[in-house]
Design a protein around this ligand. Structure first.
Ligand code: ATP
Ligand code: NAG
Ligand code: MG
Length: 317
């Protein structure tokens, strides 16, 4: 752990907040490290790193992988391929939360940026019988949006609900060779989110807990193969037999670990703070105890991660 990291880890204890985004301090220097400020793209890497260190609970792997991967990609003048990330994990472990943070620190207008595109199967692709139409639409949207700006971000949430076969139409945009009409499609970012692989992540984390291996010692290699197998072999998700997996187009496979009770307590404290409320220990305790844990006997991990925290708090104030 370097000195910078130690400091970052201490920030929450010291009650400090992250510095504002650099473009709020004045224009100019933020674009100097690379020609990356196209369209609305204004990457604030220190801000991202700080916010993750302060607010993301219990996900050491996620923090390491995302910070390193995004940093390398953003600082590269000529990326060899688009950045493709896939988030996997149980419900309420922070997948959507981290994707929102990323978008906020990469694009000036954040989620409202015209260069950030979110796709949700139930909204954009609801009917299985229209899959051919959806394939056409999706390909045209990605192509159209990338022609407008290469620095675009595409977020596919709920990949579990995506019809198998549909996502493969974007394969040409994910590889290294896609430069057409002078548009550099290699500058784009794709994020996939799914619960697929979550059961495997939970089981492996539980097995390691049972042999008393420190949770913070878990590395990607402990989980990677099981996650990939789970998503590739399961016909009930969008990556079933997908060429995206087969052709190794995912650069960053990001596993979200199941959260323990002390993580839930941190989420309660964060939520209270964000509502401007006092961090009362009895409230934090009561909320964290009101949430279900698994497995049945040992009750180690939260069944809903931190998802129920915000809605439970009012009952205990
Ligand atoms: N690891 C975490 N650190 C801090 N807060 C978290 C974490 N996980 C979840 N939360 C809190 O819980 C809320 C719900 O989490 P989020 O929506 O990111 O879960 P998810 O992993 O996307 O779940 P699902 O698979 O059900 O979509 C977040 O808005 C955030 O406030
Ligand atoms: C960009 O994608 C959106 C969907 O997010 C779509 O509605 C729009 O038509 C696309 N734009 C272009 C220029 O293709
Ligand atoms: Mg989510």
């Amino acid at each position: 752990m370097g000195r910078g990291r130690v400091l970052l880890a201490l920030l929450p204890l010291l009650g400090l907040a992250c510095p504002g985004a650099p473009w709020e301090l004045g224009a100019g220097w933020q674009c100097s490290f690379s020609a990356s400020c196209e369209c609305d793209f204004r990457p604030d890497l220190p801000g991202l790193e700080c916010d993750l260190a302060l607010n993301l609970v219990g996900q050491h792997l996620v923090r390491q992988l995302v910070v390193k991967g995004v940093r390398e990609f953003v600082l590269s003048h000529a990326p060899v391929k688009p950045l493709v990330m896939s988030f996997h994990g149980w419900t309420g472990t922070g997948k959507t939360y981290v994707s929102s943070l990323l978008i906020r620190y990469l694009f000036r207008a954040g989620l409202r940026s015209p260069y950030v595109h979110q796709f949700s199967p139930v909204v954009h692709f609801p009917h299985a019988e229209h899959i051919e139409q959806y394939k056409n639409d999706l390909k045209n949207w990605i192509h159209g949006n990338l022609t407008r700006c290469g620095r675009s971000l595409f977020l596919f949430d709920e990949m579990d609900k995506m019809h198998p076969g549909l996502i493969d139409v974007i394969i040409p945009f994910l590889g290294p060779s896609w430069v057409v009409y002078g548009t550099n499609y290699r500058k784009a970012i794709f994020i996939f989110i799914s619960n697929a692989g979550g059961e495997q992540i939970n089981q492996i984390t539980l097995d390691l807990w049972r042999i008393r291996k420190d949770r913070e010692e878990i590395i990607l290699q402990d989980l990677e193969a099981s996650i990939l197998e789970a998503v590739f072999e399961n016909p009930r998700n969008g990556f079933w037999k997908s060429g995206i997996i087969e052709q190794h187009l995912i650069d960053l496979l990001v596993p979200f670990l199941p959260l323990k009770q002390h993580h839930v307590k941190q989420c309660v404290a964060n939520e209270l703070a964000s509502q401007g409320l006092q961090a009362q220990p009895d409230v934090i305790q009561a909320v964290s105890e009101s949430i279900p844990y698994f497995p049945e006997e040992e009750k180690v991990f939260s069944s809903t991660g931190c998802k129920m925290v915000a809605s439970r708090i009012p009952f205990f104030l």
